[in-house]
Design a protein around this ligand. Structure first.
Ligand code: SAH
Ligand code: MG
Length: 211
């Protein structure tokens, strides 16, 4: 099957009203960077939610016969919990009495024919990192946004990138008025290590590349 263009992908995402937190320009940038590196190795994302970002990264992987590891415990971040600002009642398991984005995530993968490309890792970032050994070509960080979590995710997962590998970080705001500083500080601390170079910023998406 021929792979979808970015316009076809965006149109389908809109038609099906895919839930998520990713702007169109950021989605296009993820897709474009993934397309550049997917042929050289697997991609991994932290924080899939209902799979919006996974659809773009996964489609690029599919086009290059690569693989996307989509890591999320699917229990939501703080702001997704019952009673919080970003709670979505459609993403609540009444039996477990817990937030659960996994059923929707799975439906979306099927809708975009990505079940043979995307590997759901239903676990916290910390647990997945414990036994991780596979070298990666791109990592997208969009999990917990606290300072501690963003730091831990960027530090841990960036070290699994191969030379030329792409580190993409979401919700990077240089000014506190625009948003939380966790991801911004985490990106700066990776840059301070010296093994990554700054590439570009698209909306709130920062792109770094391993030397
Ligand atoms: N990338 C998504 C949005 C992610 S929202 C999109 O394109 O729409 C943040 C997600 O991170 C939530 O689904 C939440 O469950 C997940 N998350 C938060 N902390 C996490 C952690 N420590 N480990 C794994 N996933 C986490
Ligand atoms: Mg985000």
């Amino acid at each position: 099957m021929k792979s979808m263009t970015i316009v076809e992908l965006q149109t389908k995402v809109e038609e099906h009203d895919i839930k998520g937190f990713l702007a169109a320009d950021e989605a296009a940038a993820l897709y474009s960077w993934a397309n550049r590196v997917a042929q050289f190795g697997p991609i991994l994302e932290i924080g899939s939610y209902c799979g919006k970002s996974s659809l773009f990264l996964g489609s690029a992987c599919k086009a290059h016969d690569s693989v996307l590891f989509a890591v999320d415990h699917h229990r939501g971040s703080e702001e997704h919990q019952l009673g919080e600002l970003y709670h979505d009642p459609e993403l609540f398991d009444p039996v477990a009495q817990k937030f659960d984005s996994l059923p929707t995530f799975r439906r979306n993968l099927e809708l975009f024919a990505l079940t043979d490309t995307v590997i759901a890792v239903v676990a916290s970032s910390k647990l997945a990192a414990k036994a991780w050994a596979t070298p990666l070509m791109m990592v997208f960080i969009d999990g917990g946004h606290s300072h501690a979590m963003a730091m831990a995710d960027c530090d841990t997962w960036s070290r699994h990138l191969q030379s030329g590998g792409v580190l993409a970080v979401h919700d990077v705001f240089a000014h506190p008025e625009a948003g939380g500083q966790g991801p911004y500080l985490a990106v700066n601390s990776v840059l301070a290590r010296g093994d990554f170079v700054w590439r570009e910023q698209i909306n709130s998406l920062a792109i770094l590349q391993r030397r």
